[in-house]
Design a protein around this ligand. Sequence first.
Ligand SMILES: *Cc1c(COP(=O)(O)O)cnc(C)c1O
Length: 294
Amino acid sequence: MLSLMKAYHGDTTGCMAVCDPEEGMHSLFASLLPQHHFAPAPTAPFDATAEQVEHDLSALRSVLERHHHEIAALLMEPLLQAAGGLNMTSPAYVAGARALCDEFNVLLIFDEVATGFGRTGKLFAADHAGVTPDIMVLSKGLTGGYLGHAATLATDRVHNAFIGDTPHHAFMHGPTFMGNPLACRVALESLRVFEEENYLGKIAKLSQQLKRELLDDQALNAHPAVADVRVLGATAVIEAHSAEALKGVGGFARERGVWLRPIGRWLYTMPAYITSEAEMVKVTDVMKAWFNRS
Ligand SMILES: *Cc1c(COP(=O)(O)O)cnc(C)c1O
């Protein structure tokens, strides 16, 4: 596999092995994990042009040039590396990655567990770039949090590789609760609500509000402890210069009736899509109050 620095893909052995090997939380397991290739995390922001992502893409290209013969797939969280620090990149990077995978005959896998179902403002992060991965992984938003469920989608080309007359072709991999009918039913109902109640509209409103409350706040952006403020869809992060600057923020927020859980030096919110305008203000006010406390 080829994965990216700052990546987070889960906590089981195979998944830990494709998480950021340096900053990840899995150092305890490092000696057990299979070794994969890693490319630098993208650095260009969401609104970067094709030209401005050139640097990030050439880093990806150079790993592929050297190792494509031993790489099955490039795996990434498109547009938003979530647990690795809410690192946002441009659709041009995602489109460029697709082109590189085609050029080097390497499959492209999108882990949209965090980004899927509207989190970045479109149904899938892939939609911003107009690209289709060969394999796509979905979970979190699939059931709106009501029941644990995940799905792995594949193109016909990938799917058909597992079809044939011999057991060697079959994907001999079936956990006890695979295809759980109740979880599937909950997912279908969640998708129905998402479409019929125009969740993408709700997400657009949340996004505008997060931009207004956080991005447009001059004092917050100018605060000496703040390195960057980013908003993408229903995701907002205040990046501090150090984790130290966020020490105690969890308790501070809880005392004010808000649950915030920073990761490292990133204070973020990924609100539920049913969050009202007043509730969202309460959250962003607490995030700002932390930096404005004397
Ligand atoms: C949460 C998350 C996972 C982990 O999913 P599990 O169901 O806990 O294995 C994987 N990838 C991304 C991008 C995530 O945000």
